[in-house]
Design a protein around this ligand. Structure first.
Ligand code: AMP
Ligand code: MG
Length: 350
């Protein structure tokens, strides 16, 4: 199949630029589009056949549910059983990088929810995404627009590398501003469980709802046979082809010095080793596959660049990649979660 490519001019009116893509969606086709988190691969969420094309194009396991994207937070009630807690969360964080899992209504087919009786609803903030959903006139089911298992795409170039020839079209709206997938929360009574951390942090959620807990799968490998509440979290994810080792601060003090010494030593033994580290380490680490992804304290910059760096390692001959983790709080928790999964839970405590 030939994949249409639409480059969006952010300074020109959006509607005419999105009309063709919206029509493809309304007629059961697949369109990749930018959001503030990552690029999504969209299809009509009320059309079971369209949704199944998403799974086929991505090679996604059929039990991994799709998030349903809406143009206005108030539309959620058509597709899910909302309540007072949804109202509170949506007025605080929507439009924005938050997905809320609630009981599903019948117009959303089971093939969209991976067979579950719940559905994840999100209203993206990105102008292109919201205008596209409005014009299509349907809710848009969209997982990240990557091949299953690969790092999520944060630019149209990433989408093209994975899905060219497999989908109807790609809207190029530039780089994603957040760079990590949405926070996924599940509501139960007056309780919020974070199934996947993102840019809406547990600290932010606690300002709106007193009962916020983290699903165990966020920071730990679950024991064999225990399924995480978000089915997608059980798969190896965000992973470049080479083995990744996460370097973590064990709290012995002087972490940066220990990390730099360790990495210098590894570079002496194996000059092609891949390293993903903070800008501050750059002057000490000389190797062709050393990448820096922002200053140590700048989680937002790490978030924007993480997936692009993981993809770029695939274009190198790095036999192994060491990735340095920052503190797992605030947005850092989401980064830590993605890096831990990219590493398949292989951690070196220094
Ligand atoms: P993706 O859109 O590729 O970032 O993946 C969507 C994520 O949201 C996956 O981890 C899913 O498991 C999770 N998710 C979506 N809908 C639900 C649901 N109804 N219940 C639990 N998790 C969900
Ligand atoms: Mg994904």
């Amino acid at each position: 199949m030939k994949t249409e490519y639409w480059k969006i001019d952010p300074y020109a009116p959006l509607e005419p630029q999105l009309a063709d893509a919206a029509s493809v969606l309304a007629h059961g086709g697949l369109v990749a589009f930018p959001t503030e988190t990552v690029y999504g691969l969209g299809a009509d969420a009320t059309d079971a056949a369209a949704a199944s094309r998403i799974y086929a194009a991505k090679g996604r396991p059929s039990d991994n549910p799709l998030i349903v994207h809406i143009a206005h937070p108030a539309d959620a009630g058509r597709y899910a059983v909302t309540g007072e807690l949804y109202e509170r969360l949506s007025s605080a964080f929507m439009p924005g990088p938050l997905t809320v899992v609630m009981p599903r209504r019948g117009c959303i087919p089971l093939s969209v929810t991976g067979g579950l009786d719940s559905v994840g609803i999100r209203c993206p903030e990105n102008r292109i995404a919201r205008t596209l959903i409005c014009l299509a006139g349907v809710p848009v089911a969209a997982p990240s627009a990557n091949l299953s298992g690969r790092p999520s795409p944060t630019s149209a170039r990433h989408v093209r590398a994975d899905l060219d020839g497999k989908i109807d079209g790609i809207l190029d709206g530039g780089d994603c501003t957040v760079g990590l997938e949405s926070t996924v929360v599940k509501l139960c009574g007056d309780r919020v469980t974070v199934l996947r951390p993102g840019a809406v942090t547990p600290e932010m959620l606690r300002e709106v709802c007193p009962h916020v807990t983290l699903d165990a799968g966020v920071t730990e490998k679950l024991p064999e046979g225990v399924a995480p509440q978000a089915p997608g979290m059980k798969y190896r994810h965000y992973a470049p082809r080479a083995r990744v080792v996460l370097i973590r601060d064990a709290g012995h003090g002087d972490f940066d010095r220990r990390a730099v010494l360790f990495l210098e030593q590894r570079l002496r033994e194996e000059p092609a080793v891949g390293i993903l580290c903070f800008d501050e380490y750059g002057p000490y680490l000389h190797g062709k596959n050393v990448m820096t992804f922002g200053k140590k304290q700048d989680d937002a910059e790490h978030a924007r660049r993480l997936f692009d760096c993981l993809r770029r390692f695939d274009e190198t001959d790095a036999p192994e990649i060491y990735a340095v983790a920052g503190a797992p709080d605030g947005l850092g928790l989401a980064l830590y979660n993605r890096m831990l999964k990219a590493a398949g839970y292989t951690v070196l405590d220094l």
